[in-house]
Design a protein around this ligand. Structure first.
Ligand SMILES: *Cc1c(COP(=O)(O)O)cnc(C)c1O
Length: 404
């Protein structure tokens, strides 16, 4: 009962009430590296003056990450994007790569930069990941690989994807930029597919400020990645293939070692906060939650909901504006879709009629704040603010219309 009163009494900021937070809170906040570890590591790097080129700090980080991710190798890169591009090159692909439009632009750009053609596949409306049945329909004689994304840390249907890839002779590269710390069937998310790519950008759970990695099990692929990220240099005598400069520097690896120390705790905290969001939001009419399969463990990378305008009383954009007045800065991940980008929208597979679920999601999704520095009381304030918007939906809608 007191819960209900708390919601009803709350006056939204757009209607003259106090903001839910005194200063803006954002969807994420970078995990702070352990300052002492970072200091020791950088002092060592300065002493040795070994700043890059497969130095000891990068090697140590790669070894620790391979263990953490349950894989036989981890090749560190300067960014997740260059790791994706290089992974696609390392597999000697050609022609078409089937991917999702519901992702960050880097996924699709990496395919194009690797000289390949992206083919967009519609997503499952509940998990937000590629719909495996649709993937099969898009396979053509030109298809060489599938590049699915574990969207918001939600593992794809990896068993079905791998069965499909085996029967058509396709490679799979997973974009696991969101999925550090997720697992499926008690196996780390990095252990599926031919290669799995992580982003270590500061906005990701584990980070190196800027960075990324490609992980896998086949040691020959590891060697190939190592030479391609270093201009294709194999040894003093030989340069093979069209390489790039994708190396992670020692200083970035030092950030990584100092963040890694705290990343397990960060994942646990985010998981608890995500579970609390689930519990509170499942009771809110008009809010639809992303479905995580029973076999999956989510990492709490972010918390994205759908606003069903008919049942909530406000559309997604109105909620986005009204929450901003509460100092709750939400993001519309992923809208616009990658298939709406001017470089891709002329592709036959980018036709909105072929991507109904992705378009519906893009018009409804809203990412809420989720990171380890938040606590249950913050989540309560966010959910209470959302509930108050629903209670006052008519007036909120008028207030927004007047401002525009
Ligand atoms: C962040 C991100 C990337 C790109 O990673 P960078 O390290 O920023 O290059 C790729 N794919 C997805 C889904 C991402 O969210």
């Amino acid at each position: 009962m007191s819960e209900v009163h708390r919601h009803l009494d709350r006056q939204p900021a757009l209607l003259g009430g106090d903001s839910a937070f005194p200063t803006p809170i954002y969807v994420t906040r970078a995990l702070a590296p352990d300052a002492e570890i970072f200091g020791q590591r950088t002092a060592g790097i300065f002493r040795s003056r070994w700043f890059t080129n497969d130095g000891p700090t990068v090697q140590e980080l790669e070894e620790l990450l391979a263990i953490r991710l349950g894989v036989s190798f981890c090749a560190a890169f300067a960014s997740g994007t260059v790791a994706l591009q290089t992974a696609l090159r390392a597999l000697d692909l050609s022609g078409e790569v089937i991917t999702t439009p519901f992702t960050f632009p880097a996924t699709v750009h990496a395919i194009t930069w690797a000289g390949l053609s992206p083919v967009f596949c519609d997503v499952d409306p509940e998990t937000y990941n590629v719909d495996v049945r649709r993937v099969e329909e898009l396979i053509s004689p030109r298809t060489s690989a599938i590049l699915p994304v574990h969207v918001f840390g939600n593992p794809c249907d990896v068993l079905a994807l791998e069965k499909l890839a085996r029967s058509y002779g396709l490679k799979i590269v997973y974009d696991a930029a969101h999925a550090f710390g997720s697992s499926y069937l008690e196996r780390s998310i990095g252990s599926w597919g031919d290669l799995t790519v992580f982003s270590f950008h500061a906005t990701k759970i584990f980070h190196t400020a800027e960075g990324g990695a490609a992980v896998g099990q086949d040691p020959r692929l590891c060697e190939r990645l190592a030479s391609l990220r270093n201009f294709g240099i194999v040894n003093e005598e030989e340069v093979r293939g069209i390489g790039t400069n994708g190396k992670m520097s020692e200083l970035h690896a030092a950030v990584g070692l100092a963040v890694l120390e705290r990343s397990a705790e960060e994942v646990e905290t985010r998981q608890r906060l995500a579970a609390y969001y689930d519990e509170r939001l499942s009771a809110v009419e008009g809010v639809v939650l992303q479905r995580f399969p029973h076999e999956a463990i989510r990492n709490g990378y972010n918390f994205t909901i759908e606003i069903d305008a008919r049942r909530f009383g406000l559309c997604r954009d109105e909620v986005h504006i009204a929450l901003r007045a509460e100092n709750i800065i939400t993001r519309k991940y992923f809208s616009p879709l990658c298939s709406e980008n001017e470089s891709y929208r002329m592709l036959p597979s980018a036709d909105p009629k072929k991507l109904p679920n992705a378009h519906r999601l893009a018009s409804r999704i809203l990412s809420l704040p989720l990171y380890g520095d938040l606590d249950f009381a913050d989540i309560d304030r966010i959910v209470d603010a959302l509930v108050a918007l629903r209670t006052h939906a008519g007036k909120i809608s008028e207030a927004i219309a007047c401002r525009q």
